[in-house]
Design a protein around this ligand. Structure first.
Ligand code: BGP
Length: 475
């Protein structure tokens, strides 16, 4: 691998920081979502209700312990860490004229700590952390005024981090919302603070959210480049291969269409225009979009510098012959693959497949911004955790990534493992679904010391980084 390859991890503010009211932070959408589990969906509340538990309020207390946690990442040899900035710390309501200095100072301190430890900071500007006020008062991304407010926030961060940060992501996973399909409440809520089941005109609403967020991203890229021409600005997508069940042409076409539903915004951000086929599709559905003309130049000038790929799983396209369990992100389960305890199929080759698809489609540098295994870990006597299943998972995925780079010629400049320290699960709100190299002593009943312990995978990943991935292919 290239000697500058970004080995590291990704975390998100609302899943780790806690301190949800501290230093003037406003209420963000995930502050209203309770804990849940694989069997019991998280509850989305209108307001904070007594007696209910909201995991984002406490997270893993990264807000206060970031120095200790960054030191552990540095001990593993991390070259990069992707964090998110919580919009509601910078603009607590979202529509103030001036930002919160305390919010800015906090992220400057975190970034400086990373730099001090030799870790490249990669900042996501919105990872499911929209101020609730923008949903209540403006109707979230359905309202184009929110694009301006998002740009005000981006400008604040682009200016505050000049000279400290190079890599940015405008959004995390703004995909998964296609007007031609039904969406789950948790997905529409995570992305836009709105419940699918409460949308009066779901197709129109999803299309407006999808388009306006895409427009916001291209405008943010343009703005960022104006502020600092050295900025490298990408966007992170949650993508998965959708395989055809067999070679029946209908199945091949169906799987193709299902897979590329998640790509239209990425196409808009890479090709200099919002895809014409999508506009034709909307016309047939009676969907109307605002701003197409005025945004045209932004689409041309705000193309991405790189693409972030979050990869966990693959699926099979719906077809007559195969009736399987639905997967979380669309498509049905693949009978050839094993699944995690949370039902996510495990498909290392899918990562190689996906990296090739994305790189060949857009010819832009790619970075794996998330990948990992959510599993139940056991803290044993002596505070050790033997997580060989996680090592197996990561090793197999990294071997495929290496093949994508070294055999297939994909320009992939980093691998950021998701949740290098245990944190709150986004879909279920649990602590039990652990991803980390670092164990956090916190349980779903809110007991635990919050102490951090190194799992076996911690030492394994340190070696991967130390050998720049060479040890992955040693027998
Ligand atoms: C991605 C999100 C992350 C993260 C991850 C794992 O889609 O970007 O925020 O949570 O999925 O999902 P979960 O936490 O539900 O296991």
């Amino acid at each position: 691998m290239n000697k500058d390859f970004f080995w590291g991890g990704s975390i998100a503010a609302h899943q780790c920081e806690g301190a949800y009211k501290e230093d003037g932070k406003g209420l963000a959408v995930m502050d209203l979502v309770t804990n849940g589990s694989y069997e019991k969906p998280r509850e989305i509340c209108k307001r904070i209700e007594e007696g209910k538990f909201y995991p984002s309020h406490t997270g893993i207390d990264f807000y206060h312990r970031y120095k200790e946690d960054i030191a552990l990442f540095a001990k593993m040899g991390f070259k990069a860490l992707r964090i998110s900035v919580d919009w509601s710390r910078i603009y607590p309501m979202g529509d103030e004229e001036t930002p919160s200095q305390k919010g800015i100072d906090y992220y400057v301190s975190v970034v400086e700590e990373l730099i001090h430890n030799g870790i490249e900071p990669i900042l996501t500007l919105c990872h499911f952390e929209m101020p609730v006020h923008l949903v209540r008062e403006y109707g979230s991304w359905t309202n184009r005024r929110v694009i301006e407010l998002y740009l005000r926030y981006c400008k604040t961060m682009f200016e505050a981090m000049k000279g400290r940060v190079t890599y940015w992501s405008t959004f995390n996973e703004l995909n998964h919302l296609d007007p031609a399909t039904e969406a789950s409440d948790i997905f529409t809520y995570i992305i836009a603070g709105l419940k699918f089941s409460e949308m009066e005109t779901p197709a129109q609403t999803l299309a407006a959210i999808g388009y306006n967020m895409t427009a916001a991203s291209v405008k943010a890229v343009r703005l960022g480049h104006e502020i600092d021409s050295n900025y490298k600005i990408g966007c992170v997508f949650g993508l998965q291969p959708v395989y055809a069940y067999n070679c029946r042409p209908d199945n091949a076409l169906g799987a193709f269409k299902e897979m590329y539903r998640d790509f239209y915004q990425l196409e808009g951000m890479c090709r200099g225009a919002f895809p014409a086929y999508k506009l034709r599709e909307y016309e047939k559905m009676g969907i109307k979009l605002e701003g197409l003309k005025e945004d045209r130049e932004d689409f041309q000038k705000g193309t991405l510098d790189f693409i972030g790929v979050n990869y966990y799983s693959s699926s099979v396209g719906h077809c007559e012959e195969m009736e399987g369990d639905e997967t979380l992100f669309g498509g049905v389960q693949n009978p050839y693959l094993e699944r995690s305890k949370w039902g996510w199929s495990i498909d290392p080759k899918g990562l190689r497949y996906l990296l090739n698809v994305v790189y060949r489609m857009f010819a832009k540098p790619v970075i794996v911004t998330e990948n990992g295994l959510g599993a139940v870990d056991v803290l044993e006597d002596g505070n050790v955790i033997h997580d060989d299943y996680r090592i197996d998972y990561l090793k197999q995925h990294l071997q495929q990534l290496k093949l994508a780079v070294e055999e297939d010629g994909v320009d992939c400049f980093g691998y950021l493992m998701w949740g290098p320290i245990d944190l709150v699960s986004a879909t279920t709100g649990e602590m039990k679904k652990r991803y980390g190299f670092i164990y956090v002593d916190k349980n779903d009943d809110q007991t635990g010391t919050l102490n951090r312990y190194e799992k076996d995978s911690f030492h394994w990943f340190r070696k991967v980084i130390e050998t720049n991935g060479e040890c992955l292919t040693e027998s």
